[in-house]
Every structure is written in structure tokens, then in C-alpha cells.
Design a binder for this molecule. Structure first.
Ligand code: FAD
Ligand code: DLZ
Ligand code: SF4
Length: 508
């Protein structure tokens, strides 16, 4: 029989996946494998492993209910070899297929593995493009060609034109491509944020939780707080709840942070998008429909669509165009080890404590917490890119290297010298104070600029500029802070260096 074996990975849980599309239910077999290598190439947060494995099991059950033969290997199967390659070999021996059909993976390291499979198996291995993304890799490479400083904004405009989303007669609706200036409001204390729709673990999820608790006992994270959806139906419910309760104010409060409320008005759908329970097109179209129906304002809908059509597609395009060299750079020569409070939250800096605690408890923190709190600190303190990147890949339920690495290496740490973004997102305590309620309950004083009681972000900000003056002062987008620095007298600069040295030395 001319049978093909269709391997579906843990982040490919989409019924319309390229490698499932022309499946012949009478002959073909879907292979899904839980492998130890994937659970430990970094020690992921326990919730991420439970999410992926439980969603895989539900997806397999769904395929079976539609008459598709699924060969599913569990993590605790005694014969499990622990690797994609090993399990594929065993499955080929079991089923004797004529071909193996795959969809390209999300990560470079898995792509490298896949390249060797045809020779190892002695069978044709077809790797199909992952067309769940809105910009094919080849199109992105064309767009990138010849650009020494690609910018998300210009890529995004191309994507708006290509999709026709939020466009009218070839022009952006509302007259602007971007309404970010309306999207930086501080969250008033009276503003009630939506309650996150959580999902109680069912029997399959509880079984996976027990397995993960046993096998990944040394991984960080709290399983009691596991409330992720593990099916497409659940993910659609979460999307629907966001569209009704979050989207209308998503734009206004996109950058706002509040202690004890990590989701604010965010969608909390990134894990579902990244493992395939939702796809980008349906999410953007659903948001646009809310604007068309007059239920959500343009600044919210444009802002939300830009995150997915713009940022998500842009970082993915850059990842595949720039790997494997992308992760090697360290433009600012940052060498400081990651402080232990990134793993515990045990620090008097309340903004970091709250962000790390949210992260440990929920495997989630929203974009501004990641960028302007833990990320900003890592940038200012000169933390080593490889250690910071490992942390972000470990702690979040949505972390996959294609999206994590460009955000951390490029956007946060400026380790690519400004290829992804035009300037480092460096900020003093004043930014965090403006956008959050963290500073009120902090042991440090955000208004003080120097001395032991001063907010460390204040002197670390200027110390960062001083330390990196030769590399950054020529950047036109850094002209303003460097003008302020030039106006400072020598004593003030000496004080900044002394405060920063005292603080940074205390980290180790
Ligand atoms: P919302 O704020 O509701 O945004 C909607 C969607 O837009 C998200 O679900 C996501 O799919 C997309 N999106 C938003 N911002 C970005 C972005 N910068 N890059 C790519 N997609 C974006 N996102 C991940 O999916 N995985 C990661 O590992 C990841 N690591 C990050 C690390 C750092 C340092 C930073 C600054 C950002 C990172 N992001 C990552 C992007 C962003 O923070 C998350 O996508 C977002 O916080 C997820 O929450 P949400 O679904 O509530 O997003
Ligand atoms: C993240 C993850 C984990 C923890 N476990 C598995 C697994 O056991 N089997 C699997 O197919 N996929 C898993 N994944 C997702 C993969 O790591 C992901 O498919 C690759 O990183 C490619 O993006
Ligand atoms: Fe963070 Fe500084 Fe505010 Fe404390 S005072 S919460 S350290 S920004």
C-alpha cells in the first residue's frame, strides 16, 4: 500500500496543517510523539509542558474521532527512545510507509534534525511550508533583501496592503497606519480589568500533570495554577472572551501594568496561536469584525492586529532569515550573569518581584512586563544575552525560539546592534512609575536619583548610557538622552557610576 506517515509536532495542532491536508484516511497514519528531548532541551516551565502534551493528546483524540489513524507514543512508554528521530525510525519500522510528510518546524534546531531524516530513514521525506503564518518565509526573505535596517512598521504596511485588512481604497482606515500615540494610557485605579477565563483541568490534563510532576519535578512553575485551554474549542472560548471583554480597551491600556493583574486587557492567546489551536488569520479577522460591528474602537483593533500581522510575522521572518548566526551576536558586550531573583522574585524591586511572581505562577507576563521590567533591567544591568534568552525560553507557556529569540536578543537586549529595532528600549524608573502601580509599594523611591534608597532603574539607566556611549551616541534616536547626559557635570556622572557599581556588585 502506498502509505505515508504524517508526523505532527506539539506546536502543529491545527486540523488544516499543511502535512494533514491531503491525508488519505484509508491508508495514511498520523504520528505524534511525546519525547523527553523536547521536554528538556531547556527545562521548560511545568505548565508549558502540560499544555503541549495535553493539547497533543486532545488533538490526537479529535483526529481519531474523525476516522484518522493516529499512532501516538506517550512519554512514559517504556520503548520510547526520547527523540523525534528515534521515534520516527521506530514508527517507520512499524508501518513501512512509502513516504514521510512533515510541516516545517518552528525552531532551527528541529529543522536541522529534519534535514538528516531522509538519509537516515532511506525514504522520501517531504517538508512542507507552514502556511499558518501570513507571510511565507520566501516572501519575507525577498522583502528583507538589501535592507540593512529593516523596520517592523514598513513590513506591517506591506502586510496590511497584502491582506487588505483595515484598508479602504488602498489607504489605511482612519487615515493612519498606527494609533500608538493613543495607546499609552495609565490604568486608573477605578478601572476594573476582566477576570481571566480559566479552564479546569479535565481527566487527560490531570493525567499529564501527574506525569510532568513526576518526570519534570526539578522544573520551575506551579501546576496548581494551571488554567490553560487544551483544545481548539477552549482556545476559541478564550478568544471570544477577549473580544468581548478585553479588546475594546486593549488599545488604551496596552502598555499599562497593575500589581496582581498580569493580563490587564491583553488577550492571553499567544500559547494557543503558537501551538496551533488558533491561527493568526482567524484571530485578526475576528478582531476586525468587532471594529466593523462598532463593538471595539479602531485604536484597539489596529493595535491588536499589528501585534499579530506585524510583530509576530516580522520576528518569525527575521528568525528564519538570520539563523543560525543571529543568536551569536553581543553588540553591547554584556557579560553579567543572570541574578538569582529572576528565578525566585526575591528582590526589593517591586516591579521585578511582581513580574517574576506572575511569570512563575502563570507562565505568563504581558508584553510590557517582559520588555520594560525584566527586559529593561537585563539591558541596563548588562546581563549576558545567552542567559537572558535561556530564561525567557524557559519561563513562558508561549515560548518557542522563533518568537522568543528575536524579541529578547533584538528587541530587549539590542545584542544584534539594532537590526530588529532602531534603538534600545532603555528606560528609567519614571517610565515604570507612569505605566504601573508598582512603585507605590516598593522599598525604593522612584523619585530619588541617587543613593541607596533611590530606584536602581534611575542610576542604571544613565550608567547604561555612559557605559555604551561609544556604541550608542551616534544613533539619531538616542540623541535626546545623550544631549541630557552631555549636560551633566562630572560629579553627577561620578555619582551615577558609584551607585551603579555598588548595586551591580551586590547582585553576585
Ligand atoms: P497580546 O498583547 O494580547 O497580543 C496579541 C498577540 O500578538 C499575542 O498573542 C502574540 O501572538 C502577538 N504578539 C504581541 N507582541 C508580539 C511580539 N513582540 N512578538 C511576536 N508576537 C507578538 N511572544 C511569544 O509568543 N512567545 C515568546 O516566547 C515571547 N517572548 C517574548 C520575550 C520578550 C522579551 C518580549 C518583549 C516579548 C515576547 N513575546 C513573546 C511577545 C509578547 O510579549 C507576547 O506575545 C505576549 O505578551 C503574549 O500575551 P498575549 O497573548 O496576552 O498578547
Ligand atoms: C514544547 C514541546 C514539548 C515540551 N514536548 C513535545 C513533545 O513531547 N512532542 C512534540 O512533538 N513536541 C513537543 N514540544 C513542541 C516542540 O518542542 C516543537 O514542536 C519544536 O520546538 C518545533 O517548534
Ligand atoms: Fe521598580 Fe524602581 Fe518602581 Fe521600585 S521604584 S517598583 S524598582 S521602578
Amino acid at each position: 500500500m502506498n502509505r505515508s506517515l504524517r508526523l505532527v509536532l506539539g506546536d502543529q495542532l491545527t486540523p488544516a496543517l499543511a502535512s494533514l491536508r491531503d491525508l488519505d484516511a484509508a491508508a495514511d497514519i498520523v504520528l505524534m510523539v511525546e519525547v523527553a528531548d523536547e521536554t528538556r532541551y531547556v527545562p521548560h516551565h511545568k505548565q508549558k509542558i502540560v499544555l503541549v502534551l495535553s493539547a497533543m493528546r486532545h488533538f490526537a483524540a479529535d483526529l481519531r474521532s474523525r476516522g484518522i489513524r493516529v499512532d501516538y507514543v506517550q512519554l512514559d512508554d517504556p520503548a520510547n527512545t526520547g527523540s523525534f528521530g528515534g521515534e520516527l525510525q521506530r514508527a517507520v519500522a512499524r508501518h513501512r510507509p512509502a513516504t514521510v510528510v512533515l510541516t516545517e518546524p518552528g525552531e532551527w534546531r528541529v529543522r536541522e534534525m529534519m534535514q538528516s531524516w531522509q538519509a537516515a530513514l532511506g525514504l522520501p521525506v517531504e517538508i512542507r511550508d507552514d502556511d499558518r503564518f501570513l507571510c511565507p518565509r520566501a516572501d519575507f526573505a525577498c522583502w528583507l533583501e538589501g535592507r540593512s535596517a529593516p523596520r517592523m512598521e514598513f513590513f506591517y504596511r506591506e502586510m496590511r496592503k497584502r491582506t487588505g485588512w483595515l484598508m479602504e481604497a488602498g489607504k489605511p482606515v482612519g487615515g493612519d497606519w498606527n494609533f500608538d500615540s493613543e495607546n499609552r494610557k495609565k490604568l486608573p485605579a477605578r478601572e476594573v480589568v476582566p477576570v481571566r477565563q480559566g479552564f479546569l483541568p479535565d481527566a487527560i490534563t490531570r493525567e499529564v500533570m501527574a506525569l510532568v510532576a513526576l518526570r519534570c519535578a526539578d522544573h520551575l512553575g506551579d501546576l496548581d495554577a494551571f488554567h490553560w485551554a487544551v483544545t481548539r474549542e477552549g482556545a476559541l472560548q478564550a478568544l471570544d472572551a477577549f473580544l468581548r471583554e478585553g479588546l475594546p480597551r486593549f488599545g488604551d491600556y496596552q502598555d499599562a501594568m497593575r500589581a496582581g493583574a498580569p493580563w490587564v486587557f491583553h488577550s492571553i492567546i499567544s500559547p494557543y496561536l503558537n501551538i496551533g489551536l488558533l491561527v493568526a488569520r482567524e484571530v485578526c479577522e475576528a478582531a476586525i469584525a468587532e471594529w466593523q460591528a462598532g463593538r471595539a474602537p479602531l485604536n484597539a483593533v489596529e493595535g491588536f492586529v499589528r501585534q499579530i500581522l506585524g510583530w509576530r510575522e516580522y520576528v518569525r521572518g527575521l528568525y528564519w532569515s538570520c539563523m543560525p548566526d543571529y543568536e551569536k551576536g553581543n553588540f553591547l558586550d554584556a557579560q553579567r550573569p543572570l541574578p538569582s531573583f529572576y528565578w525566585t522574585g526575591d528582590t526589593p524591586m517591586r516591579c521585578i518581584r511582581e513580574t517574576v511572581q506572575d511569570t512563575l505562577r502563570h507562565a505568563y507576563a504581558h508584553h510590557i512586563q517582559r520588555l520594560m521590567v525584566t527586559g529593561n533591567f537585563a539591558l541596563l544591568a548588562g546581563l549576558k544575552p545567552s542567559e537572558v534568552e535561556a530564561w525567557y525560553l524557559i519561563v513562558y507557556a508561549d515560548a518557542f525560539e522563533w518568537v522568543e529569540l528575536p524579541n529578547v536578543h533584538g528587541m530587549v537586549l539590542h545584542a544584534d546592534g539594532g537590526f530588529l529595532g532602531s534603538k534600545p528600549y532603555a528606560a528609567s524608573g519614571a517610565y515604570i512609575d507612569r505605566m504601573s502601580d508598582y512603585c507605590k509599594g516598593c522599598a525604593y523611591d522612584v523619585k530619588q536619583k541617587s543613593g541607596a534608597a533611590a530606584c536602581p532603574f534611575n542610576y542604571l539607566y544613565w550608567d547604561f548610557l555612559l557605559r555604551n556611549e561609544p556604541k550608542l551616541s551616534g544613533n539619531p534616536r538616542m540623541a535626546m538622552p545623550y544631549r541630557s547626559l552631555a549636560a551633566m557635570d562630572a560629579d553627577r556622572k561620578k555619582q551615577i557610576r558609584a551607585d551603579a557599581t555598588r548595586f551591580l556588585d551586590s547582585l553576585t
